[in-house]
Design a binder for this molecule. Sequence first.
Ligand code: G1P
Length: 297
Amino acid sequence: MKKREIKKAVIPAAGLGTRFLPATKAIPKEMLPIVDEPTVQYIVDEAVRSGIEEILIITNSNKHCMENHFDRSYELENRLLESGKKEEYNMICGIANMANIYYVRQKEPKGLGHAILCAKSFIGDDPFAVLLGDDIVENHDGKPALKQLIEAYDKVQASIVGVQTVPDDDVSKYGIVEPAKGECLENRKVKLRSMVEKPAKEDAPSNMAVLGRYVLTPEIFDFLETQEPGANGEIQLTDAIKNLMISQSVYAYDFEGTRYDVGDKFGFIKATIEYALEKEELQGKLQQYLKDLVNTF
Ligand code: G1P
């Protein structure tokens, strides 16, 4: 069988961003910056570094500025050139050339599963990646989280969800996986028997939570098309993946890297501080500021 390469990714970005109101009333949450880059740019960057060439962003009517961000901006480019700001000019042009980015609107907020279904004709018959915009993963000198999943996919040629272990009290925020009978993590990978979206602590089959990275076979669309609403009355991707397991193997991959939930205020603040500490021009000043701040409490 010819190996099918993962060259396409879907980034669902049609959420209302209610956890960040009022900031997200007029600005998409994906455009909120971590230091100086919008969160969606970190996600696109991870996809590109993982070998993705074509990206479909699922948007809604409030997300035009995301399209502008990844487009050319001739006026700004000319002004930067005229004023000799070559570095800034290169940076701005670079954003427009990161990948081939396409957009489609999710016309009704019916959940993550429904958003992914909007990508059906873009994806066609190929396996594809999904990256959720609320989950930023930093793996410093290691491989990007999605690249790790794609390499694992290459070995098993089956759908894989990216997981990490979360505390008991947090399982109800996530999709939680159930390993197949007698299976445990081997080389970070485990075959699954089931998956459940946002279970109560006492019902969770494990502590392994799906954290915003997926490689899926195109057969997922057959299940999404008929998927009934689940948790929160939404069409859940987790439920469709669970149903996919009846006819295909599905694996979980415990990816390396620090994951930030930037859809949550505390997660966003943590990511902002830690990314700022990585920036040479901010590092020294910020370290000193944080030390002084701690001493005042
Ligand atoms: C979504 C998914 C869930 C996953 C989570 C974190 O939930 O439905 O399975 O664990 O993202 O990536 P949401 O955070 O949109 O409620």
